[in-house]
Write a protein that binds this ligand. Structure first.
Ligand code: ACM
Length: 682
């Protein structure tokens, strides 16, 4: 009860702030924020009489899209609408929602995704050039739905919307951990909900080859542990994505990251086999032999089949992180380099990429790859995906290449949402001409799956990717972090409507960890933990394998722990203007955490899997005690002793260190309380 109340206060504080920060005068929870929005008067009340009609010349994907929208709307409101499946027969001019589409859309780069939405108390009008624009508008309608004691409604509003960038992607790595098609489907629905339009499907890597290949069957038969997508499944996913206005760009990573290819075809590698599927992570040695003609014959056969399977104009060939070790160790390759005046591994890689480019082009695809595929003189039709950083992104753009940004959007690295959110592919101060800026087509969030399984991947992707999607869609001026978090809290729950498991798997995982139904103390602890960032979990000498357990506390913990974030926000507020309400709130949390360790120790008795997080629980308790002491000093203005300040600071430093691959995210807030207490008296 108390906790609910506390969250209520938090939410109200945030909401009040948001009301005053909305330039349009409309408090909304749209994500992404539309390009233009104007508040109208009144509201459109949703009743079971709600109907919709579609006119114009849409592609038929709009009917499925409109039907799905209706089902989500009735699911959320509990209203029994009269319409079942929307078809081209639904053109009734008296329908509440009138959708008008000029022409069939194509799921291709640069397709028109704009729409205009007008809500009045009588009618809702959605007009778009293409059905894809209309689909984007339907998602906006779902996000606009408000509710109060009188029911559900749409606020009167006029929205004119179009994306800032045409390439707004999510990379899903299905190689490190295989992701069954249900995972891909629900994430495509999540992508559509926040207006992303490219699924970058990372299908091959050292740890697995995930595509059925009829012409070279040993690839999937021996390289996948039986975990691969059949071609029927791939077609099903492409169709599923198409019906949501999402492109599917496949990635086949060569010449490095290729161990799984060589299990069936060891003769293509630069060192003798045999090869087995890689079970560990990191940069591995197995690399295609770029000096053999049969390498290119093989790739020709492979790319020919894949080019026919995947309809998108782009095909991603990876090209990243080739460590060149096998090349260095192979005397025949070294002789080839000498004979062909190839001075370095990069030159040899260039030779390989040029040959690959010819093949990709032969099958009418544009080649795309990571930074490393760029080389002087390479055709301008290639596209660079920058994982290394803005420098290479901007260089590519300056030289006239199209490029997208992924550096800064690696969502496997457990960064906070705000950190990703504030990274802009083309920031206002970018040292580029307008023409060069146009070469930057957008970006992709990258969900590498070394640490993610089908059970946890949603919670690594969502809701943070909704904020990244906003960066790609909304005007660059939309960057109010507090307002983003306010909306993200709401959008995160709406994303559950499409079947995403990011919220609900959390407590399930805690139950498994605790081995019982009572997860109170465990949840209190994990609510303020985040998994370690960057590559600290992979780290040196790690024991991680692709088959190991990813059911641990850092797997359950949220990369952007909301309770901890709200606590930090509250401490900042309290420190800038100490007040009774904030003091009460802080005291509530600090007392809860201080006392939690005793209860956690009971949980621990039955849960040996939690043994290594016990120190974190102990630390949380001790730091909370310090926080309470600091607050008492602030309240009374009583001088803390110099030794208290000194000892406390040391303890806080210690508490910041990761344990059990997690970090306690409330220490920073407590530290500020201590600093305030110390300052108050000096
Ligand atoms: C990459 O992260 N090696 C693309």
């Amino acid at each position: 009860m108390k906790k609910t109340f506390s969250f209520f206060v938090f939410s109200c504080l945030l909401l009040i702030q948001a009301v005053y920060s909305q330039p349009t005068g409309l408090v909304h929870h749209l994500m992404p924020v539309p390009a233009r929005m104007e508040k109208g008067n009144g509201r459109f009340t949703l009743t079971q009489e709600f109907t919709l009609a579609i006119k114009g010349k849409p592609h038929q994907r709009i009917y499925g899209g409109a039907t799905r929208m209706l089902r989500r709307l009735d699911g959320r409101t509990g209203l029994f609408f009269s319409q079942a499946y929307i078809t081209s027969n639904n053109t009734d001019a008296s329908a509440s929602l009138q959708i008008t589409v000029d022409r069939p859309g194509k799921v291709i780069l640069n397709e028109d995704e704009s729409y205009t939405l007008t809500v009045t108390s009588e009618k809702i009008k959605l007009t778009a050039t293409t059905d894809i624009g209309a689909l984007r508008g339907l998602e906006t309608i779902l996000q606009l739905v408000g509710r109060d004691e009188n029911g559900y409604y749409l606020p009167a509003v006029t929205i004119q919307d179009a994306p800032r960038f045409p390439w707004r992607g999510l990379l899903i790595d299905a190689a490190r951990h295989f992701m069954p098609i249900e995972v891909i489907k629900r994430n495509l629905d999540g992508m559509a909900a926040v207006k992303l339009n490219v699924l970058h499907w990372h299908l091959t890597d050292d740890q697995g080859f995930r595509v059925e290949t009829n012409s070279l069957p040993k690839l999937h038969e021996l390289g996948s542990d039986g975990q691969y997508y059949t071609q029927e499944q791939i077609k099903e996913i492409i169709q599923y994505a198409d019906s949501r206005g999402i492109r599917v760009v496949p990635e086949f990573d060569v010449p490095g990251h290729a161990t799984s290819w060589f299990v069936g075809y060891p003769e293509l590698a630069s060192a003798p086999g045999p090869y087995t599927i890689e079970r560990k992570f990191g940069i591995k040695n197995p690399t295609f032999d770029p000096t053999k003609e049969e390498t290119y014959t093989f790739l020709d056969t492979f790319i020919k089949e894949m080019a026919a399977l995947f309809p998108d104009e782009y095909l991603h060939i990876g090209g990243d992180e080739n460590n060149g070790k096998q090349w260095k160790a192979n005397t025949q390759i070294q002789a080839f380099m000498k004979a062909n005046n190839l001075a370095s591994n990069h030159d040899l890689q260039t030779h390989f990429i040029e040959r690959a480019l010819k093949i990709v082009t032969r099958y009418n695809k544009k080649m795309m790859g990571w930074d490393e595929i760029w080389q002087p003189g390479i055709t301008k039709s290639i596209m660079i995906q920058s994982w290394r950083g803005k420098k290479s992104l901007f260089e590519a753009a300056r030289k006239g290449y199209t490029a997208i940004l992924s550096n800064g959007y690696y969502i496997d690295l457990a960064w906070s949402t705000s950190r990703h959110y504030l990274i802009d592919p083309v920031p206002a101060d970018a040292d580029l001409t307008d023409e060069q800026k146009k070469n930057i087509l957008g970006g992709e969030a990258a969900m590498w799956s070394e640490l993610a399984t089908e059970e946890t991947i949603d919670s690594r992707i969502w809701p943070r990717t909704a904020a990244i999607a906003e960066r790609f869609w909304s005007p660059g001026s939309v960057k109010d972090v507090e307002d983003m978090y306010r909306r993200l809290d709401i959008i995160s729950l709406q994303l559950e409507e499409v079947g995403l498991l990011h919220e609900k798997n959390y407590e399930m995982m805690l139950r498994r960890l605790a081995g019982c139904r009572d997860i109170t103390s465990l949840k209190t602890l994990v609510d303020v933990l985040e998994p370690v960032e960057d590559y600290k979990r992979h780290g040196k000498g790690n024991i991680l394998t692709s088959f190991g357990p990813y059911t641990l506390v850092p797997d359950a913990a949220n990369p952007d722990a909301a309770v901890a974030r709200k606590f930090r926000f509250l401490t900042d507020q309290y420190i800038s203007s100490p007040n009774e309400a904030a003091a009460k709130e802080l005291t509530y949390w600090l007392t809860l955490w201080k006392n939690n360790h005793a209860a956690f120790q009971q949980t621990l008795k039955q849960a040996p899997i939690l043994k290594d997080v016990a120190p974190l629980s102990q630390t949380l308790s001790a730091m909370s005690e310090i926080g309470l002491q600091a607050m008492e000093h602030i309240r009374t203005g009583k001088t803390p002793s110099a030794s208290w300040v000194e000892t406390t600071k040391k303890q806080l430093e210690e508490a910041k260190k990761p344990q059990a691959k997690c970090e306690l995210k409330v220490v920073e807030g407590i530290e500020k309380l201590v600093q305030k207490a110390a300052k108050a008296t000096t």
